[in-house]
Design a protein around this ligand. Structure first.
Ligand SMILES: [Zn+2]
Length: 197
């Protein structure tokens, strides 16, 4: 599934986001080895540092991750259905290869987008907290949840109620999936937030 660029520019000077990625990226990725997590982390860090769009980062990630267990089971199910329909084994092979490639593509895009958004958003929060500590932001500074237009179009049940909700910088947002320091609220979430001094 092709996707447009993220709705905000990558700040190549986002050192906090890079640090976050260095430390946390790929923590939530399941069914991969520690080595693969390290590789994903390296890709996410470079994406942020060099402004590589998530879609391109996903291509790199695709080369190092496999399918999740549910996806692998879905491929097996699909294979069974095709054989039941009496489709020739050679054709079945082509079709399941295509299907698993599609699932892998989707997984890598999910990982790239979610990990990059997590690092950028968490990095922004760390920058704001430091700014508050240094006196550049007042004690009453609030973070504001910004829902991107495509989340609204997609009628995302998690993000839509969060539109323009604000909370004090050091508090959690109360979201449909529980308290969160900010976006992303779910895999592939495109929400961001801003700060009101
Ligand atoms: Zn959403």
């Amino acid at each position: 599934m092709a996707s447009p660029a993220l709705p905000f520019a990558f700040d190549s000077t986002a050192p906090d986001a890079q640090r976050v990625a260095q430390r946390y990226a790929a923590r939530a990725v399941t069914n991969v080895s520690a080595e693969t997590k390290r590789a994903i982390r390296a890709i996410v860090v470079r994406s942020i540092r060099e402004g590589i769009p998530p879609y391109d980062a996903a291509r790199l990630i695709r080369a190092i991750v496999g399918l999740t267990k549910p996806a692998a089971l879905a491929v097996m199910r699909y294979r069974g259905e095709l054989l039941e329909q009496g489709i020739a084994p050679g054709r079945v092979r082509t079709l399941i290869e295509r299907y698993s490639a599609k699932l892998l593509r989707e997984r890598s895009i999910t990982i790239a987008r979610t990990e990059i958004m997590h690092a950028l958003n968490e990095g922004a929060r760390q920058t704001w907290k430091q700014a508050q500590k240094d006196g550049y932001l007042g004690d009453g500074a609030r973070k504001v949840w910004i829902v991107t237009p495509d989340e609204i179009l997609a009628r995302c049940p998690i993000c839509r109620p969060m539109e323009d909700v604000s909370v004090p910088l050091n508090e959690n947002f109360i979201t449909p999936v529980g308290p969160l320091p900010g976006p992303p609220a779910h895999p592939r979430c495109r929400c961001t937030h801003s700060i009101e001094p």
